[in-house]
Design a protein around this ligand. Structure first.
Ligand code: BES
Ligand code: MN
Ligand code: ZN
Length: 495
């Protein structure tokens, strides 16, 4: 789907579908400025057609060939009450419009959403969320189906109407690149673990490196062993799939400027290992590489938009499998940091691969490190599927991420990383255990990681509840690619 920005008149725009917003007022519909102009050109036909339609947020009403208007179709989209119109309502309206457009025969559309006032957000915000929302609704993953594929939507081009187009060009480039990055993360997440193996992730990273001229290095098992990554290697033992530690670098910023490092959990399938998971819904553990996918997606986005930033992505990728050589409860391993860990539960594997990757990240002398991981079921219990769990050892960094998350509407909620929780990781036999018991499971997981990040400005995103959806809508969300991209751009802008 192609997007462009133009100054258009609602009455004269020749388009397959004119998309206009309508608020819900005290006495029926309340037209937006663009809808008023169209209504005037149509001699009141829009207002007439709306009648007593409720104007619920995201609801739509389709009209065809309205005399006086050049457009073939008019899609009126409910925005809810004007005084309640803010970010969430805007996003609902975009989703409603996108879903209606998906089922139409129109090949092109002109959308008059850029200048709506979503809370206090500027037109660039509307534009970014229009593009991301449309692309999200139009995303398909059907390459593995041979039958009953739903037909591809006809819509090929979307014109975003705006009075002042020049200030929006940059936002459009960012939005399209971010949508492409999120789509990449989604597809990697949706691919099953027999296709999306650690080697597959490494090959995807190599493809990105070729396409966008990124630097890449892939460490093999023997490299990990030689370096002393005892925790990472311990997780790989039960699997036949060779592990990979992928390092991908994008240097679009000033030479000598310290990079931001993203560390993404890349467990391509998590059976739990010897501490085997129950079989119900175990298929969803193919999504356990979503952190890795989001790092690849964010790097793709930043490289495609030629962002003036330096970013390094570090991805420990492997499977967590039971087997004759697999790690067993009680095993003690020595991490790259030198600290020893008693593996009391082999299903707490994410922290084991991440701790060595965090230690490794220090080599790149990063200004800040953010890890992204589907780390704990406990985080899903705490925050559900709405907010990503945020933990940080630096409040300035946490605040930057919180603000970027609000901007990207890819929301996070900060959780405590207090010293008080650390004692739950006590071990009788090693420096620490890899689990901290049932209470505050997402916090003790973060506490574990913090022990490997003491020399870093570090934040941890637990995306266990937000990286994918279950049930009928099962599939990857591409989160938190929009957040990571927005964070890096805002962070670079501040310096
Ligand atoms: N990948 C899982 C976390 C997970 C579970 C994410 C369910 C989303 C849904 C992680 O490796 C894991 O198994 N964590 C354990 C930790 C426990 C053994 C301390 C968990 O959350 O149960
Ligand atoms: Mn696990
Ligand atoms: Zn896992």
């Amino acid at each position: 789907m192609e997007f462009s920005i133009k100054t258009l008149s609602p009455g004269k725009a020749k388009t397959g579908c004119l998309v206009l917003g309508v608020y819900r007022g005290a006495r029926g519909a309340e037209l937006t400025r663009a809808a008023q102009l169209a209504d005037r050109a149509a001699r009141g036909a829009l207002r007439e057609a709306l009648g007593d339609v409720s104007g619920k947020t995201g609801s739509t009403l389709l009209l065809r060939r309205v005399p006086g208007l050049a457009a073939e179709r008019i899609l009126l989209v409910g925005l809810g009450e004007r005084k309640e119109f803010a970010e969430a309502a805007y996003r609902d309206a975009v989703r409603g419009a996108a879903n209606a457009l998906k089922d139409l025969g129109a090949k092109d559309a002109a959308v008059f959403f850029a200048e709506l006032k979503a809370g206090a957000r500027p037109p660039a915000w509307n534009l970014r969320h229009l593009v991301l929302g449309m692309r999200e609704a139009f995303y398909r993953f059907d390459q593995l189906k041979t039958q009953k594929k739903s037909p591809a939507p006809a819509l090929a081009s979307v014109t975003i109407a705006a009075a002042a187009t020049a200030p929006l060009r940059e936002a459009l480039r960012e939005a399209v690149a971010t949508a492409d990055g999120a789509a990449l993360a989604r597809t990697l997440g949706n691919l099953p673990s027999n296709i999306c193996t650690p080697a597959y992730l490494a090959e995807e990273a190599r493809k990105l490196a070729r396409q966008f001229k990124l630097a890449i290095e892939v460490l093999e098992r023997r490299d990990m062993e030689k370096l002393g990554m005892g925790a990472l290697v311990s997780v790989t033992r039960g699997s036949r799939q060779p592990p990979k530690l992928i390092v991908l670098k994008y240097s679009g910023g000033a030479r000598g400027r310290k990079p931001v490092a993203f560390v993404g959990k890349g467990i391509t399938f998590d059976t739990g290992g010897i501490s085997l998971k129950p079989s119900g819904e175990m298929d969803e553990m193919k999504f356990d590489m979503s952190g890795a996918g989001s790092v690849l997606g964010a790097l793709r986005a930043l490289a495609a938009m030629r962002a003036p930033v330096n970013v390094v992505g570090i991805i420990p990728a492997c499977e967590n499998m039971p087997g004759g050589a697999a790690s067993k409860p009680g095993d003690i391993v020595t991490t790259l940091s030198g600290q020893t860990v008693e593996i009391l539960n082999t299903d707490a594997e994410g922290r084991l691969i991440l701790c060595d990757a965090l230690t490794y990240a220090a080599r790149f002398d990063p200004e800040a490190v953010v890890d992204i991981a589907t780390l704990t079921g406990a985080c899903v219990i705490a925050l559900g599927h709405v907010a990503t769990g945020l933990f940080a050892n630096d409040q300035t960094l946490a605040d930057e991420i919180r603000e970027a998350a609000g901007d990207a509407w890819d929301r996070v909620w900060q959780m405590p990383l207090w010293e008080d929780y650390q004692e739950q990781l006590r071990s009788n036999f090693a420096d620490m255990a890899n689990i901290g018991g049932r209470p505050a499971g997402s916090v003790t997981a973060a506490c574990f990681l913090s022990r490997f990040a003491s020399k870093l400005r570090w934040a941890h995103l637990d995306i266990a509840g937000t990286a994918w959806k279950s049930g009928r809508e099962k599939g990857s969300t591409g989160r938190p690619v929009p957040l990571l991209v927005r964070f890096v751009l805002r962070h670079a802008g501040k310096k």
